[in-house]
Design a protein around this ligand. Sequence first.
Ligand code: 18C
Length: 247
Amino acid sequence: MDGVSLSSSHPLFKEIDKLTMEQLSYAKAGVEEGVWQLFADEGEMKMYKRDLEIDGMVCDPLKAVHSIKGVTAREYLHYFFDSSYKLDWDTTLDNMRVVEHLASDTAVIHQVHKRVWPAAQRESLFWSHFRKVNSYKDPDASDLYIVCNHDCERPDVALSNKACLRVGLTIAMVCQTVIKRPQSKVQFSELSREDIGCKIIYVAQVNPGGWAPNSVLRVVYKREYPKFLKRFTQYVEQKVKNKPIMF
Ligand code: 18C
């Protein structure tokens, strides 16, 4: 999947293009000491947060780095982007639907999340864009893909119920395939899953969109993000098992 399928004349193109590239450099910028606090450290998976309140609401940015074996960047992000898998792996969801397929690499998605007592139920409405950006890959990587998600407004998508609140979100997953055999000496078709790995960076900032007790929110945050990344990784590892490698 080279190039961008979404037409440059689409009304959302400029916003999608700008934000996707901004999130890519933000994700790749690393985690400066004294700025990011490590709160989950499980094997290769490390999660960092910063404290940030906007209008009294907790909007703590999250940055996670992970590294896995046997999966390519394209495969990992295929399962993250393709909405037909979301109900399999996203345990925060009550339901979801694709509002519009804007192009093969861009969709608008509406999700209704599980309610966390005593806060109101949340939903999210966002565009999701998948792009290959090899010119930004690390020297040891053979490719680089990003999925960027950001909240949007659609007059044709009403709140699923009056008590629901819509969250704001900017989320990006950046993945790079690393090949363990010298690339100059090997064809992709000769590689096995033992020869490949994937470096993952996930960045997220969610605005709760209305009242929720800050203490509950931070508990949900610290529980749900590690749960998500571990579960999603296991899901992808299971899905690609015994399938031909997709570069
Ligand atoms: O990136 C993820 N998923 C993608 C799915 O396609 C997409 C997600 C976008 C929406 C994220 C908004 C999440 C709101 C969650 C509401 C609470 C649900 C809790 C359910 C508990 C059973 O990019 C993976 C996303 C993983 C999300 C982890 C949870 C993050 C919590 C952040 C704070 C949420 C604020 C509002 C909740 C108020 C509750 C006190």
